[in-house]
Ligand binder design. Sequence first.
Ligand SMILES: [Zn+2]
Length: 278
Amino acid sequence: MDLSKLLRKPPAEDYQQVDTFWFPEEWEDYEYSDENDDTSLLIGQHIILEAGQVSLNYYCTECEDLRTFNSDKGQGLRGIIVNKQVISIDCILQCNCGSVVHTWYLVEAEEDIRYQSPKVRILHFREKLTERVKLQSEKYGEFSEWLEKANRAHRDGLGSGAIIYLRKVYESITYSIANANNIPLYRGNGSRRSFSDILKVVDEQHSIIPVSFSANRYKLFSQLSEIIHGDGSEEDALEYFGALYTLVTSVLDNVTQKEELKSAAQKFNWSTNNVSTN
Ligand SMILES: [Zn+2]
């Protein structure tokens, strides 16, 4: 496997064997020996990696679609040696239209990056997104920004932060529909109804939760709540993010497919900042 194929994946704990990507003989004065610890000579050296082309998918706002952004094939990949196990790799990835995203990796070898077919893993990954390059399409209107933030937080390893944005979307769409359909947010005695009460009424009247999840509809929210309110660990938040994200976007898909709810979703101006929920 080319190193570039590994660079298409998220950071992981496990090391994976990749093809030899650095051939130090290109470096005229370089002599590698196991006996002499020449690490100090290596630190900070710029190297050219034979690692193929890095490709990642992003939403390009110029093309208004999901596109594959590629590193330049001819230029190859460039790295800087951090120590004998770690290299830093900068990649500029481009859409066909010219939109650019800057990515940065720290790649760690299990033993020594100079070994043949080393076992490596991505220790750290960052990307600089711009107005032209996003993780999330804009098809969810006002909710797209929160979903984008959820994705970004998750990619930065911020589990609880990512889940909070998902919860905001889930609560906001529910309150928007309640609001647009005069479903009361308060009880007769003036006390606020719980979110799960409101969700129950909204779902009974408008079936916002997709059928495939409807048996577990309140479990979805309590699962989100547990993770947000600290009952779940940061690890749980990261682990369940993908599943929770799918559930929340399924609710949005379901709502936008229902004609009578479209205007509530489009006129969304009801944020969880305006209401305190439990
Ligand atoms: Zn583009």
